[in-house]
Design a binder for this molecule. Structure first.
Ligand SMILES: *[C@@H]1O[C@H](CO)[C@@H](O)[C@H](O)[C@H]1NC(C)=O
Ligand SMILES: *[C@@H]1O[C@H](CO)[C@@H](O)[C@H](O)[C@H]1NC(C)=O
Length: 215
């Protein structure tokens, strides 16, 4: 009986799953490292065998050793965003602007309930703005400008009450842009240079009826 108990405890301590889950956030970040090319080796310190990612460069943690910031703007990274980034539950700042990131924005980023700032501007991102972003209830700064984003702007985003800065300019968005809710405070500047986007302030830019052409 006693031997069995000791054995059980011993196995529990050795259980590799516990080791993995201890660095759950490090694993999520490491999934991103694997998905990008890093010619300047800015991610060199990202060692997945450490107990947490808090000593990794460009990563900031709170007192509970949970990740609160990822600061990798202007870092020459090319490649893809990964859905695993949505697991960083306490993340407040996700700054990946001015890189060469391509492909879609994972809808899982909408799970980042504590996110205050999402800086993805000046990349090569494609696809549409995830409707899941309507769940980013704490977001203040949403900058997706200067990518190749397409599709309509999700109407649900007008529910984001804390939004202070919105920049969707220089993309290929279409449809009409919302002017209700929190979007009422944003001017044409937030939406400019989306040739297929229609809106009261953008009448002069409408080139054709977007009803059919906007997917
Ligand atoms: C973006 O993608 C295009 C090809 O679609 C490529 O020619 C261009 O160099 C890319 N730009 C950046 C900043 O990665
Ligand atoms: C927002 O989050 C809730 C709860 O996590 C979820 O049920 C809902 O589907 C999410 N909404 C969107 C638009 O993703």
């Amino acid at each position: 009986m006693e031997t069995t108990l000791f054995l059980a405890i011993f196995l529990l301590l050795l259980d590799p799953f516990n080791v993995v889950s201890a660095n759950f956030e490090g694993d999520a970040l490491f999934a991103f490292r694997r998905a990008v090319k890093d010619p300047n080796n800015v991610l060199q310190s990202w060692d997945p065998t450490l107990v947490d990612p808090c000593t990794w460069f460009h990563v900031t943690c709170d007192d509970d050793k949970r990740v609160t910031r990822l600061d990798l703007g202007h870092a020459k990274l090319s490649g893809y965003l990964v859905p695993e980034l949505g697991r960083l539950q306490r993340l407040q700042f996700l700054e990946l602007y001015k890189n060469d990131l391509m492909g879609p924005i994972p809808k899982e980023l909408g799970d980042l309930k504590n996110l205050v700032s999402l800086g993805l501007y000046q990349n090569n991102l494609t696809g549409s703005i995830p409707a899941t972003f309507s769940n980013l209830s704490n977001i203040k700064f949403l900058r997706l400008n200067s990518n190749k984003l397409t599709g309509r702007i999700p109407r649900e985003l007008t529910k984001l009450r804390n939004l202070k800065i919105l920049d969707l300019s220089n993309n290929d968005l279409c449809g009409t842009f919302p002017t209700s809710g929190s979007f009422s405070k944003f001017a044409e500047e937030s939406f400019k240079n989306n040739p297929r986007l229609e809106g009261p302030e953008l009448m002069g830019f409408v080139r054709y009826d977007t009803g059919e052409s906007c997917k």
